[in-house]
Design a protein around this ligand. Structure first.
Ligand code: SF4
Length: 416
């Protein structure tokens, strides 16, 4: 049975209600269990459990140290392309956003990877919008093969594919696949995804299973917090993680904790998740899944990231750019807008503001780049980052907290 079938049978509204009404006795009992059920997890993310967050944090901290030691692994996203055929209301790369777009050539991808390698990274996540014309499987395969020569651990966060299409990517050296469901609420999902293949909720939900069948040995999942009720999303992704641990057991599982950030299109989060909620959720995931990697990106501000490290985070991005060419300026000379799948020179687009000059330096684009300067000269980023520290600064902070920053993925090192 696929996860879609299991998901359709989950009593999610009832679990959310149980979470909201759990009392301290229920929380204490759930916390003491060696193996937690979905109901126990619902108790751990309850308002009642929030009142004893310190106790939850201590347990989460102990478990993380037992299972992972005092180690934080670092990775960086490398954006290949911001072309996309989908319209996702919350994403700067959405098809209908009049942003500056580019797809990096193989040489440009190598340049970006070398810049990351010079900063210390040996674990890179290749990210691209979903566009079969600009980002075909053969292109992804070539990128993975080119990078795998220099970077031991290459993961992908790209448009979902069929299992046979994933196989050449695994053969080329990709070991991890990350796919956010965005929201596990079908109604909200339908409202957020108004055009493109991403409208198919079930197809996306089954992506980790197809990736596993193709041989990926690291799977990453998550909702994007800020679209539907965070407890509903958390219980859903916990059910998803539980399914993958039972059915895709040879793979290492990571769960990310992304909250919505500002992006092109000015989308505002539909729901609120506080910093304290986020901290509670880190602890609940750790107690439910002691061996799962918990991932925190530069979407969160530096102070909060530093505070969450001891609670249970095991993997962090650092110094991230969310635009293609963001580390070296690669691809600047090819910037364009894309209308109905066709490249349009800047200044010639129907979207171009009145009086817009055709020079890139003068191009006006909506909010969404990482800075005013980069907006004028680089492709548009997917979202604004909140922790702008350099990788070296993040590594130093990790050391100050008594942890060892690890740049290379240990799992890949053991298995290659
Ligand atoms: S979230 Fe992904 S699929 Fe949606 S517009 Fe952005 S890049 Fe495209």
């Amino acid at each position: 049975m696929s996860f879609v079938a299991e998901f359709n049978l989950l009593p999610l509204p009832s679990l959310v209600r149980k979470s909201l009404t759990a009392d301290t006795t229920a929380v204490r009992e759930s916390q003491a269990k060696p193996r937690l059920s979905l109901m126990d997890f619902a108790h751990l993310i309850s308002p009642a459990a929030a009142e004893s967050l310190e106790v939850l944090s201590r347990r989460s901290h102990q478990l993380t140290q037992q299972r992972f030691g005092k180690v934080i692994r670092l990775f960086a996203p490398l954006y290949l392309s911001n072309e996309c055929v989908n319209n996702c209301q919350y994403c700067g790369f959405s098809r209908d956003n009049p942003i500056l777009r580019v797809t990096l050539s193989l040489d440009e991808v190598r340049r970006e990877a070398r810049a990351l390698k010079e900063q210390g990274f040996r674990n890179v996540l290749l990210v691209a919008g979903e566009h079969p014309k600009f980002v075909p499987v053969a292109y992804l395969e070539n990128c993975v093969r080119a990078l795998h020569e220099e970077i031991p651990s290459v993961s992908l966060e790209v448009g979902p594919l069929e299992t046979p299409d994933y196989r050449p990517l695994v053969a080329a050296g990709a070991d991890g696949l990350v796919v956010y469901q965005e929201t596990y609420d079908r109604d909200v999902y339908a409202q957020m995804h108004t055009a493109g293949p991403k409208r198919n909720f079930d197809w996306r939900l089954e992506t980790p299973e197809r990736a596993y069948a193709a041989g990926f040995r690291r799977l990453g999942i998550s909702p994007l917090y800020g679209l539907a009720d965070w407890r509903y999303e958390a219980i859903s992704v916990a059910a998803h993680a539980d399914y993958l641990l039972r059915n895709c057991w040879k793979a290492q599982l990571t769960i990310s904790l992304p909250r919505l950030r500002p992006c092109a299109g000015e989308f505002q989060p539909l729901t609120h998740m506080s910093d304290r909620d986020l901290a509670q959720l880190v602890c609940a995931f750790r107690l439910m899944f002691p061996d799962a990697g918990l991932v925190l990106s530069t979407r969160e501000p530096s102070k909060l990231r530093d505070g969450l490290i001891p609670l249970g985070i095991t993997l962090m991005s650092a110094g991230s750019h969310t635009e293609p060419g963001g580390y070296t300026g690669a691809g600047r000379e090819k910037l364009h807008q894309t209308v109905r799948g066709r490249i349009v020179e800047l200044g010639a687009s129907e979207w171009a503001p009145v009086g817009q000059a055709s020079s890139r330096a003068d191009a006006t684009i909506p909010h969404g780049g990482s800075s005013a300067a980069s907006r004028a000269t680089n492709a548009t980023g997917q979202f604004d980052i909140a922790d702008a520290r350099s990788p070296g600064e993040v590594a130093e902070l990790i050391r100050q907290l008594g942890y060892e920053p690890v740049w290379k993925d240990w799992d890949a090192a053991l298995t290659t």
